[in-house]
Design a protein around this ligand. Structure first.
Ligand code: HAM
Length: 429
């Protein structure tokens, strides 16, 4: 026997038992985003590698060690997108979406990062994200956060915690950076290997360190919030006020710096205590210089992305009943003649009831066996055509989930019957 080929490590199949929950999550989130005026954009999974190194930053974990990059047959370096923001910016510039207009975009799909797989962290994962372009005030920051809060309410999640921070302007951050480097350089023995490497390339990320031996050093480090420029301070104060007015509670996390370089001013994350180290369900922030950095005109921007796997992990225990993909009816066909008559009936029903989920038995077999399969399918009704029914151009209808007597009907009346029988339950009309 030949060797079994398995999926790539960290890349998961989504099986039919899982897809109903995913679809529920996707539909709920998409609906919320669209009610706030966001429009869908779809960009390719593959982009020029340079797009990500220039936007996410050369010395970030993502660009340094997590990208799936390869050289194609033309010798060009391509990368499977590790996130969606840079792709949106590239597409927006290419199609002139940002000129003199506000643009609210959302996207959904797989992203790829070569991380160490564990629960909540995968090499192919899925994000649903939103990006707003052309707005520089704290009002859009607050609206975006309110929109994410609504996503959790719609999904019935109540214990996510919002953390916010401000990274200030690029200049303020540079001033802070040199203070931080000088503080950290005074304590070289307390820096772990990773932090020593980052000290002169990406020192802010040291604040994010999870190493317990470094917590004291990090806690006593100078805080970015003390170095904010006046405008960023006002922006942050306005945002906090708006959030309070909206009744959205938040925690200021002065160590929230994010793993991507393009942010300035507002950054935020929604975290859950239930997923250990992978507790960030949603993350985002302002990136006012990125569009220009990628070659467009200066365009303020803010956005976020939600990790769908992490969300479904939180929802899975309570939402497993969401499987509404079971057929409404199962068509049982016994004998050759039943097949041709039954198929014609089935196609007619699909014409008149486009939302009907009708599973037609294929593969023949006895009544008993077909009934077993009808039951297993989860269908509410079995529609039976056997020898007698063929002669009389009728069907027998049997209720599989309710105690109701079976009935005989002319085939011409099946559509009307189904409409009433299933109408209330399924919305078919
Ligand atoms: P990010 O923090 O890299 O930000 O990812 C956003 C979310 O994607 C995370 O909070 C997490 O829920 C999920 N996620 C990230 N990596 C993985 C993984 N390996 N496995 C499973 N889930 C993962 C961004 O991607 C930015 N583009 C967000 C943004 C949009 N900022 C502005 N606009």
């Amino acid at each position: 026997m030949s060797k079994i080929i398995q999926s790539i490590r960290g890349m998961n199949d989504l099986l039919p038992t899982q897809t109903p929950l995913w679809r529920h999550v996707e539909t709920t989130l998409r609906t919320v985003l669209e009610t706030y005026g966001y429009q869908e954009i779809r960009t390719p999974l593959l982009e020029a590698t340079e797009l990500f190194s220039r936007s996410i930053g050369e010395v970030t974990d993502i660009v340094e060690k997590e990208m799936f990059s390869f050289t194609d047959r033309n010798g060009d370096s391509l990368t499977l997108r590790p996130e969606g923001t840079a792709c949106c910016v590239r597409a927006g510039i290419e199609h002139s979406l940002f000129y003199n207009q506000v643009q609210r975009l959302w996207y959904m799909g797989p992203m790829f990062r070569h991380e160490r797989p564990q629960q909540g962290r995968y090499r192919q994962f899925h994000q649903i994200g939103a990006e707003a372009y052309g707005l520089s005030g704290s009002d859009i920051d607050a609206e975006i956060i309110a929109m994410t809060a609504r996503c959790w309410r719609q999904l019935g999640l109540s214990d996510l915690q919002l953390q916010i921070n401000s990274l200030g302007s690029i200049a303020a951050r540079a001033a802070y950076r040199s203070q931080l480097v000088s503080y950290l350089s005074d304590h070289p023995n307390q820096l772990d290997e990773d932090s020593q490497r980052r000290l002169h390339t990406n020192p802010l990320r040291i604040l994010d360190s999870k190493n317990p031996n470094m917590q004291e050093l990090v806690t006593n480090a100078p805080q970015l919030l003390d170095y904010l420029d006046g405008e960023s301070q006002a922006h942050f104060a306005n945002l906090k006020q708006l959030l309070e007015q909206l009744g959205i509670s938040y925690q200021i996390n002065p160590r929230l710096v994010r793993g991507l370089d393009y942010y300035n001013r507002t950054v935020f994350e929604w975290v859950t205590p239930h997923l250990g180290g992978q507790g960030t369900i949603c993350a985002g922030g302002r990136y006012d210089t990125l569009v220009e950095q990628i070659g467009g005109k200066p365009t303020p921007a803010i956005g976020f992305a939600i990790g769908i796997e992490r969300l479904t992990l939180l929802l899975a225990p309570t939402e497993h009943h969401l499987d509404n993909s079971a057929p409404h009816a199962y068509l049982i066909l016994v004998g050759e003649a039943a097949i041709s008559q039954g198929f014609r009936l089935a196609e007619g029903l699909r014409d008149t009831l486009p939302q009907l989920r009708l599973l037609t038995h294929c593969g023949g077999g006895k009544f008993k066996n077909q009934f077993k399969q009808a039951d297993k399918s989860g269908a509410r009704l079995a529609i039976v055509i056997g020898e007698e029914e063929i002669i009389q151009q009728q069907v027998t209808i049997k209720h599989l989930r309710e105690e109701k007597p079976q009935i005989r009907l002319p085939q011409t009346e099946v559509s009307g019957y189904l409409k009433t029988a299933l109408g209330n339950f399924t919305g078919i009309n």
